[in-house]
Ligand binder design. Structure first.
Ligand code: TRP
Length: 334
């Protein structure tokens, strides 16, 4: 609890181009939660180097992601928007928590298995202990809730296990965080294969709408989206492609699936896909223009980075000192 508000922590990696799925499934929800909770939104660059990165590209992407948080509507006066690498407490707490995490637990993480298979030439220890760093992120701020996608639920489970294990030994040190899963409507699938989630690392550029795609590109990608041969706009399990498009249309317009079925009753897929594309364009346009303004304003962004980094450090240090004392590190002489 901070100022009587519950604490929320979440983060995103600045790797790959953010997609409409990241926005509708995560960022947009973050904005809705930002009044109710005391929020920490991190650009998790420590996590990014678990796979090889080009340094200048990582730096640029990280800054863009931070600006995008703001462009999406997160007010940096009210939300702590900062770089993970500017708060050394993340790495320090991660080390301590590493000593309270079992190899067997980490071995069960499905994301590690997937990533190890994908980056077979670089299966480094950081990739293996990635979930411990994530636990440190969350526990450092004593977060009550963590909005995550389904793919991160296992990491949240292990975070809870580590925190409970630590608390059982040392007393109530950490708040046990709860996952916060967004509305099902906001889970966006690939436009080319609706059984997969829309991903920033998809090799097929037509599968994902990127947040910086121009209107023509957006419309073209929707025209090419995979549907089916049923030729009716219905929200049904058997029509995953159309269902996904309806989901997208609904989050962008605020309409319900039933309204959408009625609106496009008897109409063809061509007309529907165009409407979905236009709805998405009308969401992306203001986001893109706010982003363009922000990224030009160097001193403003720098100030946000500095002030919020200091704020994050302040809260992180509080938890870290407590933990260091509990495990038996000597107090600092002042
Ligand atoms: N691992 C998360 C992802 O790739 C990002 C992340 C890092 C995160 N630390 C976090 C998300 C803490 C929530 C809380 O999506």
């Amino acid at each position: 609890m901070l100022d009587g508000k519950k604490v929320l922590f979440s983060g995103m990696q600045a790797t790959g181009n953010l997609t409409l799925g990241n926005y509708l499934g995560a960022l947009k929800n973050w904005v809705n939660l930002s009044e109710e909770y005391e929020c920490f939104y991190s650009v998790v660059d420590l996590h990014s180097i678990t796979v090889r990165q080009d340094p200048s590209e990582l730096r640029q992407r990280a800054r863009k992601l931070l600006a995008l948080y703001i462009a999406a509507g997160l007010d940096p006066e009210k939300n702590c928007i900062y770089y993970q690498s500017h708060v050394s407490g993340h790495a320090e707490l991660a080390w301590i928590l590493n000593c309270f995490t079992y190899m067997g637990e980490l071995n069960r993480m499905t994301q590690f298995k997937d990533k190890a298979a994908k980056h077979a030439d670089n299966i480094n220890a950081g990739l293996f202990t990635y979930p411990v760093l994530m636990a440190a992120d969350i526990l450092l701020y004593q977060a009550d809730v963590v909005p995550v996608g389904k793919d991160q639920l296992q990491h949240l489970e292990i975070t809870r296990d580590i925190a409970q294990r630590f608390n059982a030994i040392y007393g109530d040190v950490f708040t046990i965080p709860e996952p916060f899963i967004g509305k099902t409507g906001a889970k966006i699938a690939s436009l080319q294969d609706p059984s997969k989630k829309m991903s920033k690392s998809d090799e097929n550029a037509n599968a994902s709408i990127y947040l910086m795609d121009d209107p023509d590109t957006v419309i073209r990608k929707f025209k090419r989206a995979v549907t089916d041969s049923e030729a009716q706009v219905r929200y049904r399990e058997e029509q995953p492609g159309i269902r996904n498009l309806i989901d997208i249309y609904c989050v962008c317009t605020g309409k319900s699936p039933e309204d959408t079925e009625k609106e496009f009753d008897g109409k063809g897929y061509g007309e529907f896909k165009l409407a979905v594309g236009e709805a998405v364009v009308s969401v992306l346009k203001p986001l893109q223009s706010r982003f363009a303004e922000l990224i030009k304003d160097k001193s403003y962004i720098d100030r946000v980075i500095k002030e919020n980094g200091d704020k994050a450090n302040y809260f992180a240090a509080k938890t870290l000192r407590k933990v260091q004392k509990k495990v038996g590190f000597p107090e600092r002489v002042r």
